[in-house]
Design a protein around this ligand. Structure first.
Ligand code: GLU
Length: 415
């Protein structure tokens, strides 16, 4: 059978894999395989040229057995219902792996932010949050940034929600600017958490990070900051890409200089005399560490056998398909699954929400220390479970996570 690239079917398959190991109650498995609620909204936005355009947005709430739903909002032309559903499910399991008191949610607006002005982005952000305002709130569902949304987007959304409620509602959204109740360390958190898992994986594989070679796919928040932090640890970043293509330099790339180049020219390519390669070629480079930090379905059965990295650290959500997972596992590649590797983002979102609720703010060091403890513990738990059940790290992460969610569903008497 041809492998499915539909993320919703993929996450269902991942649940089944872990369910088999756990001998999961079929009723609980059935509950976990569907989101609890998906809201589809259409909302009009005045564009700069005077026309009014109707945008479509979605918010999926997968499960709230352990706590309110939590997860980002992405702005992207390719957003689909199945993608948002899958992403909300991955959020439940992500929160479960690191032990946060949340379930999963995810939102998306079908739009192309690259073609929109700041004013248009602001009006889309405000329009969307107003359209989904009935189902979100600090104790219901707490959005955050995701692909092509950032602290500014969160500020507009928080402001609109607060106006609707008649009082400041800082706890409704995370990833906000510092001045509006954001947390120190939140901007770097996804990458920082990913680095903590890479440090642990390198330890297990006896890989020395100083001098280790790295390829990073995607140069947004997670990709750039992962490259920066790995560079600080002494790794050699040999290739980096964005949606325009990739650059390769055997002697290493300075992540800061490349970031400046991307900011001024709009992309990573055409930088110095670095060799131009494709995104596909980047994935297959003979590097020690590969960090997919872009979109879903990048490593599939078509290219998995050619992946040479010892560690694949999924800063992105859903970059590897189940068929590819099997090939990588058979080849001895250690995949640090998205729900573990990129859980640092939602973990510091949790810290931000906690700080908002108590109106007392932590130092950056405090945030980083707490994040490190959570990521190291989660890694060890998943690693142990992979040894115990003789499964890959993804299935192990699902086992850890599903056990928690299933327990909550059981004791609540839902199933
Ligand atoms: N969008 C991020 C993710 O996929 C962060 C979610 C959050 O902070 O709630 O994990």
């Amino acid at each position: 059978m041809h492998e499915s690239l539909n993320p919703f079917e993929i996450v269902q398959q991942q649940i089944c894999e872990a369910g088999k190991c756990l001998v999961l109650d079929p009723a609980i498995e059935a509950i976990l395989k569907e989101p609890k609620r998906v809201l589809i909204v259409s909302f009009p936005v005045k564009m700069d040229d005077g026309t009014t355009k109707v945008f479509k947005g979605l918010r999926s709430q997968h499960n709230d057995a352990i706590g309110p739903c939590k997860g980002g909002i992405r702005f992207h032309p390719d957003v689909t219902i199945d993608e948002v559903k899958a992403l909300s499910m991955w959020m439940t399991f992500k929160c479960g792996v690191v032990g946060l008191p949340y379930g999963g949610g995810k939102g998306g607006v079908i739009c192309n932010p690259k073609e929109m002005s700041q004013g248009e982005l602001e009006r889309v952000s405000r329009g969307f949050i107003e359209a989904i305002s009935a189902i979100i709130g600090p104790d219901k569902d707490i959005p955050a940034p995701d692909v092509y949304t950032n602290a500014q987007t969160m500020a507009w959304m928080m402001d609109t929600f607060s106006r609707l409620k008649g009082s400041n509602q800082f706890g409704v959204i995370t990833g906000k600017p510092l001045i509006l109740g954001g947390s120190l360390g939140r901007n770097e958190a996804t990458a920082q958490g990913c680095i903590y898992t890479i440090i642990k994986a390198a330890e297990k594989l006896n890989l020395t990070l100083a001098g280790a070679t790295v390829a990073v796919q995607g140069y947004g928040n997670a990709g750039f900051i992962s490259a920066r932090l790995l560079h600080e640890l002494g790794c050699k970043i040999v290739a980096v890409s964005d949606s325009c293509g990739a650059v390769f330099n055997e002697d290493g790339i300075d992540p800061h200089l490349l970031y400046d180049h991307k900011r001024t020219t709009g992309s990573c390519i055409n930088y110095l005399n670095y060799k131009r390669i494709t995104n596909e070629e980047l994935l297959e480079l003979p590097v020690d560490i590969l960090v997919p930090a872009a979109l879903e379905n990048q490593i599939t059965s078509a290219n998995a056998a050619r992946i040479k990295a010892k560690i694949v650290a999924e800063a992105a959500n859903g970059p590897t398909t189940p068929d590819a997972d099997k090939i990588l596992y058979a080849n001895g590649t250690m995949v640090l699954p998205d729900i573990l590797a990129n859980a640092g983002g939602v973990t510091v979102s949790y810290f931000e929400w906690v700080q908002n609720l108590m109106n007392y703010y932590w130092s950056e060091q405090e945030v980083l220390d707490k994040l490190q403890v959570i990521m190291f513990n989660a890694f060890e738990k998943v690693y142990e479970s992979s040894k115990q059940f003789q499964v890959d790290m993804r299935t192990a992460a699902y086992i850890v996570s599903i056990s928690r969610v299933a327990q909550a569903i059981k004791v609540r008497g839902i199933a």
